[in-house]
Design a protein around this ligand. Structure first.
Ligand code: ZN
Length: 94
């Protein structure tokens, strides 16, 4: 599962494996780093790709809510697009 682009600007929280201190940073930050120093215990925390996938997966519910709301809006727009398509062939014939 690829890292969702929709979560890059969302704030994700990742608990430290050593002390449990939660680090809150944007998804974009987590995507680029390989390790960081924990603010709680000052130990180096390694973030592998598998950890990032799990982190993004844990926060997937943040964008699933937005996605369903967007789909409802698009359906309304598509109905209007059908009316525009009917007019297009006539313009081409002229
Ligand atoms: Zn820690």
């Amino acid at each position: 599962m690829p890292l969702s682009h929709a979560l890059l600007s969302a704030v994700l929280s990742m608990p430290c494996p050593h002390c449990g201190h939660k680090l809150e940073m944007p998804g974009r930050w987590f995507q680029t780093i390989g390790r960081y120093e924990c603010e709680g215990c000052h130990q180096t925390v390694r973030v592998r790709y598998g950890d990032k996938v799990k982190l993004f997966d844990d926060h997937a519910h943040l964008i699933q809510i937005r996605r369903s709301a967007t789909t409802g809006g698009r359906r309304g727009r598509n109905a209007n697009d059908v009316g525009l398509r009917d007019a297009t062939p006539q313009d081409v014939r002229r």
